[in-house]
Design a binder for this molecule. Structure first.
Ligand code: GLU
Ligand code: ZN
Length: 312
């Protein structure tokens, strides 16, 4: 499959909390990038973790995005043209994609039980080596009557490369990855699997997200290859730190965007501040949203961590 040159990006929050400062910056960068290029900005709610996702948080994320002025395009057939997409409404798609990989031999049935895997994990721990699934079911095939998970076949040797717009080429040795599970034995798809199935199906051209996801990227790249789909461009945006230079959390300041709204801050000020956390254009400090749309480029996003200063 060829790239068609269309700019399509997504913001993919998990509704397990309010939209926080880091998420807002990621949403903004995606939105600005799409609007600058006349592309498409998709909102995709990653709600497959049913134990932690709530409708209240999803609604709160919508509110925060609307307040900031970040409108999204497109949506599922059902429920109107303006989305968002919800992963829990797309389970059939994930199962079908997993079965296709199985038929093509790119994924295989693993009949190891969770007790067996747990025992092996403990054993690795006792030997102080990282636990990795050893691939023992790779050539086993179906075992009648035994439930199975589907695992992706990953080469034992070699490396996988990620060309990141901000960091350049990053390589990961395959021996550090294992044949990860794409579909659990209860038929539910895993997090990394849903992300890639959606990025393929939604024809995402650029994956712009926080660099806390960089460790997922090599696993995901293998899956793009298994689907025979060209890689999107990746841009992993450096994380946001608190004043003491540890990862920003509630200890440092309110991190929920709606809390700033409720305190009476103006959305224009917040947008300006979030963008300026890790993007600049000369010495200019204040920008209107329209100015940001016309000036925003990924190349001008900074490569080092940003410090969040609530005083500003
Ligand atoms: N759902 C993930 C999050 O909330 C984002 C996944 C992605 O952007 O690939 O952090
Ligand atoms: Zn197995």
């Amino acid at each position: 499959m060829e790239r068609d040159g269309k700019i399509r990006v997504r913001f993919a929050p998990s509704p397990t909390g309010h939209l926080h400062v880091g998420g807002a910056r990621t949403a903004l960068f995606n939105w600005l990038f799409a609007r600058h290029a006349g592309g498409t900005f998709i909102l995709r709610i990653e709600d497959t973790d049913r134990s932690r996702s709530t409708e209240e948080y999803e609604a709160s994320i919508h509110d925060a995005m609307r307040w900031l002025g970040l409108d999204w395009d497109e949506g599922p057939e059902v429920g109107g043209p303006h989305g968002p997409y919800r992963q829990t409404e797309r389970t059939d798609l994930y199962r079908a994609a997993a079965n296709r990989l199985l038929e093509e031999g790119k994924a295989y049935r693993c009949t190891c039980t969770s007790e067996e895997l747990e025992a092996r994990r403990k054993e690795a721990e006792a030997r102080k080596v990282p636990f990795r699934y050893d691939g023992r079911c790779r050539n086993k095939g179906e075992v009648p009557g035994r439930p199975f998970a589907l695992r992706l076949r990953i080469p034992d040797e070699g490396t996988v490369a990620v060309d990141d717009v901000l960091r350049g080429r990053v390589e990961f040795p395959n021996r550090d990855l294992d044949d990860w599970i794409v579909l659990r034995s209860d038929g539910t798809p895993t997090y990394n699997f849903c992300v890639v199935v959606d990025d393929v199906e939604m024809r995402i051209s650029h994956v712009i997200r926080g660099d806390d996801h960089l460790s997922n990227t090599p696993k995901q790249v293998h899956l793009f290859h298994a689907f025979g789909h060209p890689l999107p461009f990746f841009a992993h945006v450096p994380m946001i730190l608190g004043a003491d230079r540890t990862r920003l959390s509630k200890r440092h300041a309110s991190t929920a965007v709606v809390a700033y709204r409720d305190e009476g801050y103006l959305p224009e000020a917040m947008v300006n501040y979030f963008v300026r956390l890790s993007w600049s254009a000369g010495d200019q400090e204040l920008f209107t949203l329209q100015e940001l749309v016309s000036k925003f480029t990924l190349e001008a996003v900074g490569k080092s961590a940003a410090v969040f200063n609530p005083e500003k």
